[in-house]
Design a binder for this molecule. Sequence first.
Ligand SMILES: [Zn+2]
Length: 215
Amino acid sequence: MRKVKIIFIYKTLKLLYTIIQYLYICKKTKSVRRQIPITTFGMPVLRKKTKAVTKIDTRLINLVENMFYTMDKAAGIGLAAPQINLDISLAVVDISGYEKNNKEKPMVLINPEILGSHGEVEMEEGCLSIPEIRADVTRPGKIFLKYHDFDLNEVTVELNGFISRVIQHEIDHLNGKLFIDYLPEEKKKEIKKQLAKIKKGKVITDYPLLIHSGD
Ligand SMILES: [Zn+2]
């Protein structure tokens, strides 16, 4: 009788151990970041105006974490929601690793909007959604930016320099605009063939791409 009892306790403990282990694995898997394929030139979502974010929940927070992870894996400095096939007004920016001693903190931009701008600066740009193409783009140097934080509070800030440049590029994404739209006709003609190739996915990147399957 005593032996049966011991076996019963042993089996119960073993079962409990298995359950705990299972729960632990579930928790771990849930917290693992996911690298999301990046939408490539030609995907309709890249030409859509995005919708405002109205609710901050766990799903959105998770999404932001995955966006930072995806951007980092692709060695990017900015990533907008349309670039992961979502038409919502959300973007992440992190230029801390781009320049030495850069102290700019990573930013999450919810419903960002440029209220005003000043000056004119020419700088070379590229885009994770348009691999291999780089070109000079003229944009305002200083911007007055409005966006929402994680409590959906409105934040306004004045920005200059490289961070201002990256944010302008990302806000364009949220309005269906791409940096190649700014190029002079001559340059547009020059990259036409290359764009057609990118659209078909005939491009090599070290991050996964999402290609438009239509024409
Ligand atoms: Zn871009």
